[in-house]
Design a protein around this ligand. Sequence first.
Ligand SMILES: [Ca+2]
Ligand SMILES: [Ca+2]
Length: 326
Amino acid sequence: MVAAALCLPLAALAAEVIENSIGMRFVRVPAGEFLMGSDEAPASLARSYPQLEPGRFERLDDERPVHRVRITRDFYLGQHELTVDQFRRFVEASGYVPESIADGSGGYGHNPAYDPAATARGDAFEGRLPRYSWRDPGFAQAGDHPVVNITWHDAQALARWLTQREGVAYRLPTEAEWEYACRAGTRTRYHAGDDPRVLLTVANVFDADALPHWTARWPQWAAQALPGHDGHAFTAPVGRFAPNAFGLFDMHGNVWEWVADWHGDGYYAVSPTDDPAGPDTGEVRVRRGGSWHSWPFYARCAFRNWNSPQTRYTLVGVRLLREAGR
Ligand SMILES: [Ca+2]
Ligand SMILES: [Ca+2]
């Protein structure tokens, strides 16, 4: 235990952490400036991710241009992804009915007998089905695992409830706040470096431990697994890997994290320097960081993905922000 503690970055040891009324812990992130996005050349990416077809490196326009962003206010960000236990406390105390249950269509789940080739969408997971929800994504989750199958609207409901209950403003981070917090002063692909193999120390992604669950149906995925063992085929308990310099855990991998912004392909070219909050309108909300099922390329700090706000999925969870005031 002593050795593990000594391995933590100094900032993590010194981080100011507060715990709220349902056991969510938040780390103070100081205001500051950073360079948002990535303008890495496709050839450079191809050298580091040789297993991916080159066309994937041509579709990253929404990461460009790299631009200076100023975060003008300190904030508290969830030290961990929201856990199953914490979401359960919210549901039980508030009476809130999560969207996948309220609309009756359910969520997605992992079923070893499911054949994606027999479905119209060919999705990797079975669904939507009422048997799947935040309570059951088809694989085992203890209470300290990150909750999945929750929608952007569910995250908004949790933030509203906490704000009302505690008298402190909770919300999703903006996309800029999320990337600033993820990078924690770095400019590399991951907060721990550029080499995808660094993920083994800081993230639960699609690795050699996940591979046996998928190769029968998706043999072409074998080359995409991160070589090495992170110890988790599905979600991992939060906080099992090393934190970044702000003291934040699982910013890469485990579950994708909803952020506040609408997605806009050209937004970085026109966004304000100070506290950009995304386009005024849109159709899909951004999620960040990659997941337990993501290939390392898609867990980079700069990578942006998105879904409709009512999307619920086996790979998507949430990390809330608590405002610090001025
Ligand atoms: Ca894994
Ligand atoms: Ca994550």
